[in-house]
Structures are given as C-alpha cells and as structure tokens.
Design a protein. Sequence first.
Length: 264
Amino acid sequence: MTTAEKFDSSLSKWLSSLDEPWNRLRYAVFRHNLKRHLPEGALRILDAGGGSGSDAIPLALDGHQVTLVDFSAQMLDQARQNAEASGAADRMTFQQADVMDIPALFPEPAFDAVLCHNVIQYVEDMPGAVKAICAPLKPGGVVSVININRYSDTLQAALLRLDLDQAREQIGLTEAYTPMFETTLKRYAGEEMIAPLEAADCALLGHYGVRCVNDYIQDNTLKADPEFYARLERLEIALSSEYPYYLIARFFQLIAQKQEPIQA
C-alpha cells in the first residue's frame, strides 16, 4: 500500500479525531502564530499537503484565496465537501499532487504565504521538500512549517506512560510509527529545519511550540470542560513563543520569510 493509499484509508479516523480538544487546541495555536506574520489584506495562500482543509478553510473564510494541494484523493474530496459546507468554496481551489511537484505546478512566485503543516515528516527528502514548497513564494512572502517535535516523544513516554526504558530508547531516534496513518514518519527538532529554510532563501521570523503543556496533562476529561479548555488555550498561546517551553511542545512551528533575490 502506498503512502497516499494509507492516508486515503485512514480518512475516517482522521476526521473523527478533529473534534478532540487537543486537536482544536493545535489548530487554534497554529492560526494564532501564523497571524503574527501574515501581511495585511487579502492574500493568495498555498496549503501544501492540506489534507481535509482544517488549515485552509478558516483562511478562506477570512477572505484569502487558498489553493489546497494534497496527494490523497480521499482527503481532497473531503476538503471540497468541507469547503462547500462552510461557505468557503468560492475562495478555494484544489489540486491532487505531491509536494515535490509544487515547483512544476507553480513555476512563478505567485503566493503571499505557503503552509506545510504535518507533511515534511512523511517525505524522504526533507531539504528537497522544503525547497519545493518555498519555490512559489513571492519575495517577502511567509512560509509556515509545522511538524511533530521529536523531543516530545521522550517526555511523553516518561511523564504520561511512566515508561522510563522506552523514554531512554527514544533519545535520538529519527523515525517513529504513527497508528493514525499506519506508517512511519521522520522525527525532527525545530532547529533542524532552519538550515533547509535558509537554503530555500527563507529567513526565520519565529520559532514556536504548539501544545507546550497539553500533552503532559494526563487527565483528558478535563480538556473537554469548556472553562478548563479556555484557560488551557490562553496558556498555550502565551507559552508558544517563550523559551524554553517551545522546545518541549508536541509540535514545532517555524515561520520564515522569502528574501528578495540578490541583484547581480
């Protein structure tokens, strides 16, 4: 089974997970950090590997024109349905393709912002993928890259599962298995993305953490309580940009800006 087929077959599991408090929290913090750096006005945005549209649709509802690219036919069909249901379809376009094909799809710098959220961990050539997603950015445009943070796996094993042997074994591991999509993924730390972004002519604007404390709180029932969730979201947003908290978050988010070409 190909990776795309694994994503297709896991669609129902993915959709059922989106209403969980920790996933709502994840998208809330993603959006907060992105809005710190988006230019003013209606923008043209590319969501590379955008799945069922959880990032793209709110941006379209904010008035931006959003192109969603994904290699999973089932995810794209779901994204179209979600866009129709939310009233965002007239500001969205959809294309089935791999992220590595983006430079060929969009050969000219045409986008004010590019999102690549929870995609890089599934590709073999991480520097190549970063270069590909940054290729269609206009000078001055911003790119947001989000990935699972490998440091959090060790902390989860030790603090949540109290499995100290597993925590020790996970130190330095570069791959992990995800039951959600029944495949392996690459494990990165945020600082490892900086050099590939710079090689793609993008300078770092912000290094953030997403879910700095949520994933170390054992009682998930608390997170479903609206009052607790509201306080947790406020705390997570406050911690997201603060050192050293962003280093232990479940996800890292790097936002960088495409630089003007150097004149000869």
